[in-house]
Ligand binder design. Structure first.
Ligand code: PLP
Length: 387
């Protein structure tokens, strides 16, 4: 069993993917070829954004968004410490200061109610992360931003395809930034990413920054980066889009099945899960449970041949490179959840038989360690419904 099954996906799409790649090899426009524009049009339409600007990776998307917003040295960007390093890393690389706000204990997304206390005259932007495939509280975030004249960048690296109050992740704020890293919900066969915005001026800025700040050939009107998406990766993504709606349905069904099986249905073992709010869904970039004795459970799963992963073992304000940004919010919830979270195998091609194996191994491990949730509290999580 694979943690993320990319081989079954390739087998299913082989004819289209091979054909699309072959066409690129024949026309030879490896840089910003016709597939890049075709993909941008398809993704803009899919998300409902006015503009899509494809870029070299999700990390690059975050950097280019911050550069397009003209972040100045010392500008503060409020974000979550419970994320992959790239989120805070790009704020620092762009000259800014990440200011960490703690997370909600049930969803593990940034807690919007903690943001206003962290605002200072230097605050320029909010950068929520739609963690594990579920959009953060974007309406609350954009309301705060509107009151204080801030930009909002959604780090949607894990949530491409997710719905929030009927709208798509990525199209909910000043910028949405996503990743096409192979294991993300929409992945290519290497690095890739995209930015979404409705703002014509910011879209133009991002397009120029992506090609070394050029507004015309060898006319460098701003400082940029080499941040284009390869034509070959665009070709792969176009082929993958053909069954992306089906993949979203499969992910929803597999996620819902995990929910049922781990909620103690039919006398099964109750395992606490990350909650999903009723006004949105999760595309389950990760299917994540919470355990009191994660180390023991993970070892037992490994012994049973079930792969698992920790996203993420340390909040960023506890990482050596970012500890100097530990600030006014001590982020105790992030620290606690970082010790408890464990992600289980998840992909559109996960079979029911394999999923049953995962659940059986997890139930056995949890019963053997005798500590399903938080020590001293009942294990049952609040009902988590995938809309
Ligand atoms: C994967 C990821 C990124 C970075 O994306 P890459 O394409 O790997 O550069 C950024 N933020 C989050 C939350 C991610 O999960």
């Amino acid at each position: 069993m694979e943690f993320t099954d990319l081989k079954a996906q390739y087998a299913a799409l082989k004819t289209s993917i091979d054909l699309r790649i072959q066409r690129v090899l024949e026309h030879g426009q490896y840089i910003l070829g016709p597939e890049v524009r075709e993909l941008e049009e398809a993704l803009a339409k899919f998300t409902g954004s006015r503009h899509c600007i494809t870029v070299a990776s999700g990390t690059e998307a975050l950097l280019i968004a911050l550069m397009a917003l003209d972040l100045k040295p010392g500008d503060e960007v409020i974000t979550t410490p419970f994320t992959f390093a790239a989120t805070a890393e790009m704020i620092v690389l762009a000259g800014g200061r990440p200011v960490f706000a703690d997370i909600e204990p049930d969803t593990c997304n940034i807690d919007a109610s903690r943001i206003e206390a962290l605002l200072t005259p230097r605050t320029r932007a909010l950068m929520p992360v739609s963690l594990y495939g579920q959009v953060a509280d974007m309406d609350e975030m954009t309301a705060i931003a509107a009151r204080h004249g801030l930009a909002v960048i959604e780090d949607a690296a894990q949530s491409f395809g997710a719905l929030y109050k009927g709208r798509r992740s990525g199209a909910l704020s000043t910028f949405g930034a996503t990743s096409f890293f192979p294991s993300k919900p929409l992945g290519c066969y290497g690095d890739g990413g995209a930015l979404f915005t409705d703002d014509d001026r910011l879209a133009q800025a991002a397009r120029e920054i992506r090609v070394h700040g050029q507004s015309g050939r060898y006319l460098h009107t701003r400082v940029g980066v080499g941040g284009r998406l390869d034509t070959l990766q665009a070709a792969v993504l176009l082929a993958k889009l053909e069954r992306f709606d089906w993949e979203l349905e499969r992910r929803a069904a597999i996620g819902a099945r995990y929910e049922r099986l781990l909620a103690g249905v039919a006398g099964g073992t109750v395992v606490e899960r990350v909650a999903v709010r009723p006004d949105r869904n999760s595309v389950w970039a990760q299917y994540t449970v919470k355990l009191a004795d994660r180390t023991a459970v993970q070892a037992a799963l490994q012994a049973a041949g079930v792969p698992s992963a920790v996203h993420y073992p340390k909040p960023l304000h506890r990482q050596p490179a970012y500890a100097r940004f530990a600030g006014a919010d001590p982020c105790p919830v992030s620290e606690r959840e970082a010790l408890r979270v464990l992600s289980l195998p998840m992909s559109a091609d996960l079979t029911e038989a394999d999923q049953d194996r995962v659940v059986r191994a997890l139930a056995a491990a949890v019963q053997a360690t005798g500590t399903p949730g938080t020590p001293g509290t009942p294990a049952a999580a609040p009902a988590a419904t995938a809309a």
